[in-house]
Design a binder for this molecule. Sequence first.
Ligand code: GDP
Ligand code: MG
Length: 325
Amino acid sequence: MSDSEITVGGVCSREGKDCYVGDGGACSEGKDYPNECQYFEVKLKETTENPELKQYRIWWSGNNLGIQDLSQIRARGESRFIGVFGSHDTGKTTFLLIAYLNYIRQGLKLSYKFAGSKSLVAWENLSSYSRLDTTKSTFPPHTSRQSERVPGLLHLALRDNESNLIDLLLTDAPGEWFTTWSLNSDDPNAGGAQWMATNSDMFIITADCNKFAGENRGKARKELFMLFERLIPFTKKKPTALIWTKSDELVENPISDRMKKQITDKLLFNIPHAKQYKVTIENPDSVTNVIHDLLLENESFRQPIIVSDPIVSNSPFMCYRGSHV
Ligand SMILES: Nc1nc2c(ncn2[C@@H]2O[C@H](COP(=O)(O)OP(=O)(O)O)[C@@H](O)[C@H]2O)c(=O)[nH]1
Ligand SMILES: [Mg+2]
């Protein structure tokens, strides 16, 4: 092992397109050192005489993952993409945050166990709001409408009871995307919602209990119905959950039976296989249970691969079909 470390500075011609090596990320061509890559123009080369300074590049920064990072996650094994859909202020970000906190707090008690995350910084940024003062629980800030067409992706690695690793990717998108998308799927501001619907393996739709009991319940119902209709072609044969968020508020502000029936009937008509759950920040297991049910359902939706091995002859030797088959 050499005692010196070579530090290289320069410009990658693919920077910002599909490589983030200048941003501290790994080379998209998979090279250990940027100067080994054909797209990298070396501008500075320094040799440091200290072996302890040896640095390794990793492809994640800990912040929300982007579209480029998906291929890295997918390359390492089983991954599942959960799209969280719902209009502004219906509890989407809080749902994700409670899921993360419950996985890390409950340790080995849950049936799917926390096994790491490539977006720990993003999770911790969100959770700092609810951790600052436990007596006064505060909520994460509003997820602002970004111009990007891909939502910030949050990552959770889980292990099932047989220790299989599952990479979960969850979307934290601004509610305005879905409102725009429900009205017009061709709207330029609806690209992110369309991308999510196309790429999700499992769907979560948020229905805010507060809104269906309040003054603007008619507007909330209209928005939810439009979202159901827009999601019809995407949710076919995919596990889907309608979650009633902020269900702790139901004691003070109950939803009328008529309203509940209208929503249930509409859901049955548009997405018949969707299941309904009540979730609340007061019961973190209510959140992780939704994710566990979706994961189990996803297994049953997946078609087993049937391998047929035709019998060519009674002799096993004759079954050999060449190394390229
Ligand atoms: N009472 C109650 N309020 C909640 C709960 N979850 C979220 N909220 C409230 O809903 C607001 C919006 O939540 P947020 O997760 O930002 O919604 P988003 O816009 O859909 O991401 C928060 O500021 C909280 O005041 C819950 O379980 N119970
Ligand atoms: Mg949000």
